[in-house]
Design a protein around this ligand. Structure first.
Ligand code: G6P
Length: 615
């Protein structure tokens, strides 16, 4: 999704803005641009493609591209094709420059009015109306830029984070409503960005704007006004992320780095959440005990990979503590009229905490039922979801840069297991012995994951089989069904191979018709009570000439009958909670190595965004 960087300083901002854009690349984008106020003139460079292309264009400028007030942007096309004229910043009358993340829903109506007022449009974007509106409000007298932005946002319907600069105004304006924006605090300088990662090379001090806030930023003075126009103080926080934590190190791709960070991410997520053999209920917030004691049902809402984590949790909740658990994708939930039973806990799961549909689903559920209790499992502190939920559990995966989620998913599952255990204990739905066993399993996870990672070389070989394939089928039963869904999602996201997941028992109701020797079938076969049933399903595939790749437990012995299946003994001695988390690891590696063979852009796959902050 679109990313914003900006700043006001005493020094040249170009390298800082370009580096900031680089650090936002992971969000997904198709074009980029930067505008500076230099000698009181607006200068702009925009480019389609990668930041490296923007950098080349900047270096090719006949005059040095230097300025100490500036805004920059990565664009992920929503309104208007990826093209230079649609890239931000958008400039009106050589006076106002704007970068925008979000969607302005009433842009057609505003455009009609602005055309009638004599404004000319040079793009197909919804954003350009913002630049014109600010220019209109500045008027002939070139009034306060802050007031002009305040008046403009009153006219906007939809979501926005904005960075605004203007000729004759020695300041930067930033505002947000529905899209994230953070202010970085330097010494005699300030910066803005869509997330902290963009600014880590220049500061570790951040102020998170709240919904409707507008900031007037001068080199030596920051004034924040809330949605009602009152001056407010917003807390300054120090990020413990280091600039290096979002760098590649020895790895070729962030995805690879993040796959291999998973043992540590699990350790970090468990740290401080367990005491002896018990999960600390207070890890979910100081009201957790009271809220959990009243809950009769859990409603999970999420998107993408986070949704798959929710699907695994449904099996756990109903099976292990006998509590009803519903799971739904946020984009559906938000637009229907769900029946919310009394004493439901609404649980959102999100890596970013900014996914527009998940946030809107939480808001609409709360609007329907004001006393609805909410919990978010999220990886980003100070994100919108963490601020709008009653209870918060932060996964400590660390920054996840690869668009395809890996370590965030693993830590979400760990968080869900802790949640299940805490809820089970508060409501006496879990024996002490069972809790102890779950905790012991979670503590064993880092080494189970480490062992699973050691199969990389074999998986790399198997990936060769996918080089010329157009489709793949993933099969699993029980919790391995959502893991199969996650495996299929990973493969299609980064290798562009069409992949589907099916619960193995559904094979004969359709997908069996597809099976021939051109479609690899990937099955996940832990040693559990469904193993024999799964083996029969695999025979059905084999009998039709299907090419099978099986990830099994040491003791599963899928290959006993002399079947010539491709079997990888991925793990051993996994339990109900640890099995789905561990079996997911080889599937991540498989997608990664297939993508390498296909030569795709692993960390920034085409058309996808890391954080989907628009609908
Ligand atoms: C995008 C990302 C996925 C992610 C999903 C939900 O589609 O590419 O990796 O799972 O959004 O994001 P969230 O931040 O809410 O987990």
């Amino acid at each position: 999704m679109c990313g914003i960087v900006g700043g006001i300083a005493e020094r040249n901002l170009t390298p800082i803005l370009v580096e900031g854009l680089r650090r936002l690349e992971y969000r997904g984008y198709d074009s980029s641009g930067v505008a500076l106020l230099a000698n009181n003139e607006l200068k702009r460079v925009r480019s389609i493609g990668k930041i490296a292309q923007l950098q080349e264009k900047i270096e090719a400028q006949s005059e040095a591209f230097i300025g100490s007030i500036g805004i920059a942007h990565t664009r992920w096309a929503t309104h208007g094709i990826p093209a230079e004229e649609n890239a931000h910043p958008h400039i009106c009358n050589n006076r106002v420059a704007v970068v925008h993340n979000g969607i302005i829903e009433n842009h057609v109506q505003l455009k009609t009015e602005q055309l009638a007022a004599g404004y000319r449009f040079t793009s197909q974007t919804d954003t350009e109306v913002i630049a014109h509106a600010i220019d209109q409000h500045l008027g002939k007298d070139n009034d306060s830029l802050l007031k002009a932005v305040q008046e403009t946002v009153k006219q906007l319907d939809g979501a926005y984070a904005l960075g605004v600069i203007a000729k004759d105004h020695d300041l930067l304006i930033a505002t947000r409503c529905g899209s994230p924006l953070v202010i970085g605090v330097g010494i005699g300088e300030y910066f803005i960005a869509s997330d902290v990662a963009a600014l880590l090379p220049v500061t570790q001090k951040f102020i998170f704007l709240e919904e409707g806030d507008i900031a007037e930023i001068k080199r030596d003075q920051l004034t924040i006004l809330d949605a009602n126009g009152n001056v407010v103080e917003r807390e300054e926080t120090i990020s413990n992320l280091s600039s290096q934590s979002v760098e590649l190190g020895e790895h070729r791709h962030y995805m690879h780095k993040e796959i291999f960070e998973q043992p540590q991410s699990v350790i970090d997520t468990l740290q401080g959440r367990i005491s002896g053999d018990s999960v600390l209920v207070s890890a979910f917030g100081h009201q957790a005990e009271e809220i959990f004691s009243k809950i009769e049902q859990v409603q999970i809402i999420a998107c993408g990979t986070s949704y798959h984590a929710g699907l695994v949790a449904k099996y756990w909740f109903e099976d292990i503590i006998g509590m009803p658990c519903l799971v739904e994708v946020a984009s559906e939930y938000r637009y229907r009229n769900p029946v919310i039973r009394p004493n439901t806990l609404l649980l959102t799961i999100s890596q970013s905490g900014e996914t527009a549909d998940t946030l809107a689903a939480l808001r609409s559920a709360k609007a329907t039922q004001a006393d609805l209790a909410s919990l978010t499992i999220c990886n980003v502190p100070e994100s919108s979801l963490t601020r709008e939920s009653d209870l918060v559990f932060l996964t400590h995966a660390g920054p996840e840069i690869g668009v395809a989620s890996t370590k965030a998913f693993t830590t979400q599952l760990v968080a869900l297991a802790l949640f299940l255990t805490a809820m089970g204990r508060v409501q006496n739905r879990l024996s002490t012995g069972r809790e102890k066993a779950i905790v012991a399993g979670l503590q064993k996870l880092p080494s189970l994951i480490q062992s699973a990672l050691q199969h990389e070389a074999v998986i790399k070989d198997i990936a060769q089989q996918f080089a010329d394939k157009g489709s793949a089928l993933f099969l699993g039963r029980g919790t391995m069904y959502p893991i199969a869904m996650e495996g299929a999602l990973k493969l299609k996201e980064i290798s562009y191979i069409h992949a589907e997941a099916y619960p193995a028992g559904e094979l004969k109701h359709g997908p069996l018709a597809l099976i021939d020797d051109t479609i690899p079938v990937i099955a996940i076969a832990p040693k559990d009570e469904l193993l024999e049933k799964l083996k029969s399903n695999l025979q059905e595939v084999k009998a039709r000439g299907g090419q099978m790749i099986v990830f099994e437990d040491e003791d599963s012995n899928v290959n006993t009958d002399g079947d010539d299946l491709n079997v990888i003994k991925a793990t051993t001695n996994v339990g109900r909670i640890t099995a789905p988390i561990t079996f997911n690891i080889p599937l991540q590696l498989l997608s990664y190595h297939v993508a390498l063979i296909k030569g795709t852009d692993v960390d920034q796959p085409r058309n996808l965004a890391k954080s989907v902050t628009v609908e």
